[in-house]
Design a protein around this ligand. Structure first.
Ligand SMILES: Nc1ncnc2c1ncn2[C@@H]1O[C@H](COP(=O)(O)OP(=O)(O)OP(=O)(O)O)[C@@H](O)[C@H]1O
Ligand SMILES: CC(=O)N[C@H]1[C@@H]2OC[C@@H](O2)[C@@H](O)[C@@H]1O[C@H](C)C(=O)O
Length: 375
């Protein structure tokens, strides 16, 4: 007899550091995943500041990291409580929570000494919610020689099917691609900065946390020399498997590229918008020139200027028409895809199914991901 559907919660707080996406998912016996309800809660200014300050080494880091892990568990528990209330459910209705935590370091290039760290106190989250918590999804893949990222391509492969050569582009703080050729293996990799540098630049110059619909970028002019200088970063030409994060792309990286040049701030923003679109499409054209359809998810799917630019640049990179849509067209809110993926990863852990894709992360083999903190 088929096992019935179960309810899982996915909790994602990504590299944009904008807050928490909590998604309730109904997951079937073969991992078929459907969103039932969602809440998004912004970080408090205090927690956001604490998490940002942990991205660079600074005094008494260990204490502050543990404090941030507790504060994040409390904020996650609050998001779960709001979600349960919204869906009219009890903790006992939920099979498990998949909690990503907050990446504050990602160092996959150190051989046996490689590590990635997602801050979170999962024990406290289990205690506060009364639900089993699965966390620390990346470290087992790293231990097996992989990057521990990106993990979502396996979920994309399960969720987005097509009779065409399909690719998924997630544009979060960092951008990553999943390649789903109709007759070939699934691959994927991080392709560069998504919204992160644009967010950092507008925050510095205008005090806004993001450039809504790229309106400020559209007031500027692309600086081709600066764009080429940024694109000369060795990350872009590296062959997959590859992953990146705030360790590589940050405001200091941008300042170094700008040097002593006197650019108008809005021209830099326009150039960053082009950097995100160019890096993603250049990588897509190089690794999957046969792509027929591109689905965009992540917060960047809501940036109309970025969506328009992707359409325009796709003509240049592919020289043939490519259908570009957001994941809304497949019935999934672009900003919930990663949250849903972490619900699915919790399901895979409970079912003892390996969930990494060695072809994506570079791990020696398939591994069961995550560690369980029973309620
Ligand atoms: N209307 C909009 N216009 C422009 N940008 C937007 C809009 N809506 C969302 N964004 C961008 O999306 C970002 C949030 O995206 P998302 O939630 O996918 O990131 P994340 O999950 O933190 O990142 P990652 O995938 O790297 O872990 C915001 O910081 C903002 O830059
Ligand atoms: C180390 C880390 O947190 N990486 C994130 C980040 O955000 C996007 C991209 O870089 C991706 O590699 C990953 O997140 C998604 C959820 C993933 O693992 O697929």
């Amino acid at each position: 007899m088929n096992k019935p559907h179960s309810l899982y919660i996915g909790l994602m707080s990504g590299t944009s550091l904008d807050g928490i996406d909590a998604v309730l998912a109904k997951i079937g016996p073969n991992g078929e995943t459907n969103a039932q309800a969602a809440v998004s809660t912004p970080f408090s200014l205090e927690l956001r500041k604490a998490l940002i300050e942990l991205q660079t080494s600074s005094p008494n880091e260990l204490h502050r990291e543990k404090q941030a892990g507790n504060a994040l568990a409390i904020a996650y528990a609050d998001a779960v409580s709001q979600l349960l209330k919204k869906a009219n459910l009890q903790p006992s209705d939920i099979a498990a929570i998949g909690a990503h935590g907050q990446t504050i370091r990602h160092q996959p290039h150190l051989g046996d000494m490689a590590y990635t760290h997602q801050t979170l106190n999962p024990a406290l989250l289990a205690e506060k919610t009364g639900v089993d918590v699965i966390a620390d999804f990346r470290s087992r893949d790293l231990a097996a020689g992989g990057h521990g990222a990106p993990l979502v391509p396996a979920f994309h492969a399960q969720q987005f099917t097509s009779s065409e050569n399909l690719a998924i582009l997630n544009i979060g703080g960092i951008a990553n691609l999943t390649l789903l050729p109709k007759d070939g293996p699934v691959t994927g990799f991080d392709c560069g900065p998504g919204n992160m540098l644009m967010d950092a630049w507008i925050e510095k110059h205008q005090g806004n946390s993001y450039d809504e619909n790229g309106a400020w970028a559209l007031q500027g002019k692309v600086n081709e020399a600066l764009l080429q200088l940024m694109l000369s970063d060795s990350f872009f030409s590296k062959a997959p498997p590859k992953s990146t994060g705030r360790d590589d792309f940050h405001l200091a990286w941008l300042q170094e590229k700008i040097g002593n040049s006197n650019h108008h701030a809005e021209d830099v923003q326009a150039t960053l918008l082009h950097l995100t679109a160019h890096a993603a499409l250049e990588a897509l054209a190089r690794h999957a020139p046969q792509t027929q359809k591109l689905i965009i998810c992540g917060g960047g799917a809501r940036n109309s200027a970025l969506m328009n630019l992707l359409q325009v640049k796709a003509q240049y990179f592919f020289k043939k028409p490519i259908e570009i849509t957001t994941s809304d067209s497949a019935g999934i809110d672009p900003q919930l895809v990663e949250g849903l993926a972490f619900a699915w990863l919790a399901w895979a852990h409970k079912e003892k199914r390996p969930a990494n894709l060695p072809a994506v992360t570079g791990a020696k083999g398939p591994r069961i991901l995550g560690a369980c903190y029973p309620a």
